[in-house]
Design a protein around this ligand. Structure first.
Ligand SMILES: Nc1ncnc2c1ncn2[C@@H]1O[C@H](COP(=O)(O)OP(=O)(O)OP(=O)(O)O)[C@@H](O)[C@H]1O
Ligand SMILES: [Mg+2]
Ligand SMILES: [Mg+2]
Length: 301
């Protein structure tokens, strides 16, 4: 097969691993810089142009769309879909999961466990917003944050109000969430591919840190999932319509709670923690699933 990895940087661990694994399995794998693709969207024979030439026909693409380039990146994926190229994750599903508001609304509608969450743009009654998710302590998150930046734990209602006011002053959209203390500064990353959890790891924050992000000094280890956790991860992936994703779960007193679903999950942490060749498992999934001109929208909303 001819596979393209849409990635801004061919030196990234995950990108390199897809190329390595694909070539080992006998496929041709090219890395295409998403942001350098351009296209004639009105042509009756859609194509993607790159560095002065039309790209050859690929059987499948693996989009690795960073959060900051979601808008343009998904439009490039859409163009490939119009050409009949199979994308492991569809453009609509990527957009859906990127929008935290939209994805939490959809997950909640499907009855998937999640921390009580309030969204606000500019509430007149911040005290009510906090009370509505069960009162302090609460976690306040910037809608656009990643790597744990912009995620704050407020111990008291007073602290929460000041933090929310500060974010509002910066015109940032925020989310206020019940703090799941019993998670103990850890979360579980479940890697779902083709409706199955193919790998999972526990990430534990450093001492005194409630955020488990590896970028914030967290450490990863192997974990055994309960059947309920496995089901939650698979249901979340299905709700988002993603064939490949990382589902982040908190272990709470009332069962697994989904925090977010990531459509471009990194491979380094999870391959290291589990010792599995995950890149090859993903390439294998593509090789058995990719059918030309069969891009269909899975998931709703
Ligand atoms: N409601 C909560 N209760 C307890 N811990 C939480 C809660 N929300 C987040 N955390 C902790 O903070 C970390 C960062 O939060 P979250 O994943 O929402 O932020 P992010 O900036 O989107 O990170 P990412 O890089 O994973 O996208 C989580 O991995 C988890 O350990
Ligand atoms: Mg995130
Ligand atoms: Mg996270």
């Amino acid at each position: 097969m001819k596979i393209a990895v849409l990635s801004r940087n061919s030196g990234l661990y995950s990108t390199r691993r897809f190329v390595e694994a694909g070539e080992k399995l006998g496929h041709q794998v090219d890395v295409i810089d998403t942001m350098h693709c351009y296209m004639d969207v009105t042509s009756s024979r859609p194509s993607v142009r790159y560095k002065g030439k039309a790209l050859p026909r690929y059987d499948a693409i693996i989009p690795r769309i960073g959060a900051s380039v979601t808008f343009y990146g998904t439009s490039v994926v859409r163009q490939f879909e119009m050409m009949g190229t199979y994308s492991i994750n569809e453009s609509v599903a990527i957009s859906r999961s990127r929008d935290k508001l939209r994805s939490l609304q959809l997950l909640s509608r499907k009855g998937i466990g999640m921390p009580r969450t309030g969204f606000a743009n500019h509430p007149d009654r911040i005290d009510d917003l906090i009370k509505n998710v069960g009162g302090a302590p609460v976690v306040i998150k910037l809608l656009e944050g990643t790597q744990g930046i912009g995620v704050v734990l407020a111990d008291t209602a007073k602290a929460a109000e000041s933090i929310i006011e500060a974010f509002m002053g910066l015109k940032a959209s925020i989310l206020v969430q019940e703090y799941i203390e019993e998670a103990g500064g850890a979360d579980i990353r479940c890697l779902v591919v083709g409706g199955k959890v193919i790998a999972a790891m526990k990430r534990q924050g450093g001492p005194g840190e409630f955020r488990s992000n590896l970028h914030r000094g967290g450490s990863a280890s192997l974990v055994r999932l309960s059947p309920a956790e496995r089901k939650t991860a698979v249901d979340a992936a299905k709700t988002m319509g993603l064939n490949m994703c990382g589902v982040d779960i908190l272990r709470s007193k009332s069962g697994p709670m989904v925090m977010e679903v990531n459509s471009s999950p990194g491979l380094e942490g999870i391959e290291t923690a589990t010792g599995k060749d995950i890149a090859s498992m993903i390439i294998d999934f593509i090789a058995t699933t990719a059918t030309p001109n069969k891009t269909k929208t899975i998931g709703k909303g």
